[in-house]
Write a protein of this length. Structure first.
Lengths: 381, 381
C-alpha cells in the first residue's frame, strides 16, 4: 500500500527548494567553485555569477544592484541594520511595532543594555501598526532613530500600510526605516523603490530558494553598517566568502516567484478562500486571527479553534493525520510562551491558534484533504 | 583538441565540494526540507540531521556537541566572539597577533570607537607570535580581555605554538582565548579539548564542504554571546533558520577530511616538498615567505620571486598558463595594499609574493605541470 503523501501547509516556516533552483546551483559546487574574491579564472567566473544574480534580484525589485547586499538570511539582515547600525550610526532610539519578528525584537531589546531606548508601538486588532502612536513615538524619540515596521506579518498575515507609514517616517531627519519583507518579497507585488525605504530584507528559503541565504536592501548613499566584518566582500558591508550556490539559487527562485506572481497569487488566494470558507462550515466557532481580506497575505491563515484547549495537541494530531501546520511561527516553536503577535491583537491565550501557510506548490486537492483531517481531528480532541 | 585541465592551487581561498558532500546534501533540498524548529514531521526530520551533524563534528574534534554552534562561516564566527562578546561580556581589551585574518582584525579595530583597547602583538620572522610580548600585553590589559591567536596562518602557513600560548593565556582571570582554525581543522590533527581554548572556528568551504556554512566552538559554561539574534536556534546563540543542507555537507566533508587525515597529510606534504625543491632549482633567488618545515601547514607555500616586480602580472600570467594561485589571501584580493602578514614577518613590499595552496585532490602530476608553467612564465616577465 503506498504511503499517503503528506500535506505541507507550513510554507511561512520554510519551503522546499524547487527543481530549477537545485539545477541552477549544481555547477557551483565543484565546477565553477572559485572564491569570487580570487583574481584567477575560477574566481572571476564565480564573481560574474554573483554580480549577475545581484542584477537579477535588483531588477525584480526595481532597485539598483549596488543596493542589494547578500547575507546568510533574514535574521542576519535584520541584525545588520540593528546592531551594525548601532555600532556605526549609533541608534539612540529604536521604534518597533508590537508584531515584529523576533529577529528585530531581540537584537533591539539587547541594545537597551547599551543605552538605546526601545519603544514598542501597538497595533490594532487586525495587527496593523497604530499610525498616530507611531507618529508620536517618532516625534518624541532621541535621534538617530531606527523605525522597524514589518510588511507582511509571519504569524497572522497582516499587511502593514507602507504608504501611510512612509508619510510619517520620511518626514523626519535622522530617522531611518527598516522593513521586514521576508513574507512579502516574492509573494505579493513589491516595488522596493516606491516607498523610499532605507532598509529591507528577505530570505531565500521562504520563497523556494535554499536555506542559509538572504539579502539586505540598503538605499544608496546610506553609511556602511556592517555586522560581519572581514574581507572587502559586498563593498565592505559583509565580510566572508560569498555563498555562491546559495546566491544563484536565491536569484533563480525569486525570478520564478516574481515572473509568476499574478498566477501564484490568484492560485493561493483561491486556496485560502476555499480553506476559510470550508473551515467555518466545520464549526461556527472557528475564527481567523488577524485580517482575512485584501489587507492580508494570501499565504497565511491563522485559525482559532476555541473548542480546543491545547494547540500543541491539535498540531500533533494534524501531523499524525499527515498535515503539517504550526503553532505560531517556527522560530518560536519549542518555547511554550504565548505568541507576542496574538497577544498584540488581543487573542486570548487559552484559545488554540494554528497557522496554515500556502505556497504555489500546494493544490486545491491538498486543501480538501487537509480540511478532512482537521474535521476528523477537532471532534476527537 | 581537448582543453588542458586547469591546475587549481588556491585551496586556501576555497575548495571544490567533493561528490560525496553534494550527494549528502541532496535529500535536504526538497525531500527533508523542513525547518528544524518546526514540530511536525518535516521539521523533526530536519532537526534530527542537524543534531546528528553536530555530534559528528563534535566527535571528530573531541568536544561536546553542546560546544558546537553552526554559523554561516569563519568570518561570522569570529565576529560573534568579538562583537557578540563585546555586547554581552564587554571586552575592555582585545589582544591580537600581527598575522590574524581580517575577520578578526577588522571587527576588533572597529571596537576602538567604542572604547575597547586593541593591542597587536608582533611575530617573529617566521610568523609566530612573540610569547614574551603576548605575556606582557595580557598582564597589562584591562579586563575582560579577549586574546586572538590564529592557529595556521592563511597566507604563509605558520603554525602558532598553541601549547606555549595556552600556558600564558590560561593563567589569567577574565582573559578569554579565541583561535582561528580555518586553515587547520580538517587539515592537521586538532584535538580541540587539548588546550582549554574558549572559542575556535572553522569554515566548511575550506575543507571541501559548501560555502555559507561554518561553526563556532565555544567551551561549555561560557556566557552566551550571540551576534545574530532572533529565534531560539542554536540555544539562543545564533538566530535564523539553520542551513540544513550546508550543515550536513559540512559534517560530511569534515568526516572525510579527518578520517583520511594522515593519508592526506602525507600526500600534501610530499606535494609541498616536491614543489619547493623544484622551485629552488628554477632559480636560486626564489625564496619561501614564512616557515617551510614541521611548524608550517603542508597546504600552504608562499613564494617570493625577487626577479618579478609585479605580483599581479605574475599571478595573471600563471592564470593564463592554467595555474590558479593567489597574491596573498583571496579576502584581500582586489585591494592593492601590501599584505599585513608579509609586512609582519619583514618581507619587503617590492618582492612579488604568490601563494600556492594544496588540497588532497591535487596530484604530483599537477605540481609538475605547475612548475613548468611557473618556469616558462617567470623568465618571460
Amino acid at each position: 500500500m503506498p504511503e499517503k503523501k503528506r500535506i505541507y501547509l507550513d510554507n511561512a516556516a520554510t519551503t522546499p527548494v524547487i527543481p530549477q533552483v537545485i539545477k541552477a546551483m549544481e555547477p557551483f559546487w565543484n565546477q565553477t567553485f572559485g572564491n569570487p574574491s580570487s583574481l584567477h579564472e575560477e574566481g572571476r567566473r564565480a564573481r560574474v555569477i554573483v554580480e549577475e544574480s545581484r542584477r537579477t534580484i535588483a531588477k525584480l525589485l526595481n532597485v539598483k544592484p549596488a543596493e542589494i547586499f547578500f547575507t546568510s538570511g533574514g535574521t542576519e539582515s535584520a541584525n545588520t541594520v540593528i546592531t551594525g547600525g548601532f555600532l556605526e550610526i549609533g541608534w539612540k532610539s529604536i521604534i518597533i511595532t508590537a508584531t515584529e519578528h523576533k529577529c528585530v525584537i531581540k537584537p533591539a531589546q539587547r541594545l537597551t543594555k547599551h543605552d538605546v531606548s526601545v519603544i514598542t508601538v501597538p497595533t490594532d486588532r487586525r495587527g496593523k501598526v497604530l499610525l498616530q502612536e507611531l507618529r508620536t513615538a517618532i516625534e518624541q524619540s532621541e535621534r538617530p532613530t531606527l523605525v522597524a515596521t514589518i510588511h507582511g506579518n509571519n504569524e497572522i498575515g497582516t499587511i502593514n500600510p507602507l504608504d501611510d507609514i512612509a508619510s510619517i517616517v520620511k518626514k523626519h531627519r535622522d530617522v531611518y526605516w527598516l522593513v521586514d519583507m521576508v513574507q512579502t518579497i516574492g509573494h505579493i507585488q513589491v516595488d522596493l523603490s516606491h516607498w523610499d525605504i532605507d532598509f529591507a530584507f528577505a530570505s531565500a528559503h521562504k520563497f523556494h530558494g535554499p536555506k542559509g541565504c538572504g539579502f539586505l536592501f540598503m538605499k544608496e548613499g546610506l553609511p556602511s553598517i556592517p555586522l560581519i566584518m572581514g574581507g572587502a566582500q559586498e563593498r565592505n558591508m559583509r565580510g566572508g566568502t560569498e555563498n555562491v550556490p546559495g546566491i544563484v539559487g536565491m536569484a533563480t527562485a525569486l525570478k520564478w516567484m516574481i515572473d509568476n506572481l499574478d498566477k501564484h497569487y490568484n492560485h493561493i488566494a483561491n486556496l485560502k478562500r476555499t480553506f476559510i470558507k470550508n473551515l467555518k462550515e466545520i464549526s461556527s466557532e472557528i475564527a481567523i486571527n488577524g485580517p482575512e481580506g485584501e489587507d492580508s497575505l494570501p499565504t497565511i491563515v491563522n485559525v482559532r479553534f476555541p473548542q480546543v484547549k491545547d494547540p500543541l495537541l491539535l498540531q500533533m494530531s494534524l501531523d499524525i493525520g499527515g498535515v503539517s501546520a504550526s503553532i505560531g511561527s517556527a522560530c518560536a516553536s519549542g518555547t511554550t510562551e504565548f505568541s507576542h503577535v496574538l497577544k498584540a491583537i488581543g487573542v486570548p491565550a487559552d484559545e488554540a491558534p494554528i497557522r496554515f501557510s500556502f505556497s504555489p506548490l500546494n493544490t486545491i486537492e491538498e486543501v480538501g484533504r487537509a480540511l478532512e483531517v482537521i474535521k476528523s481531528v477537532i471532534f476527537k480532541i
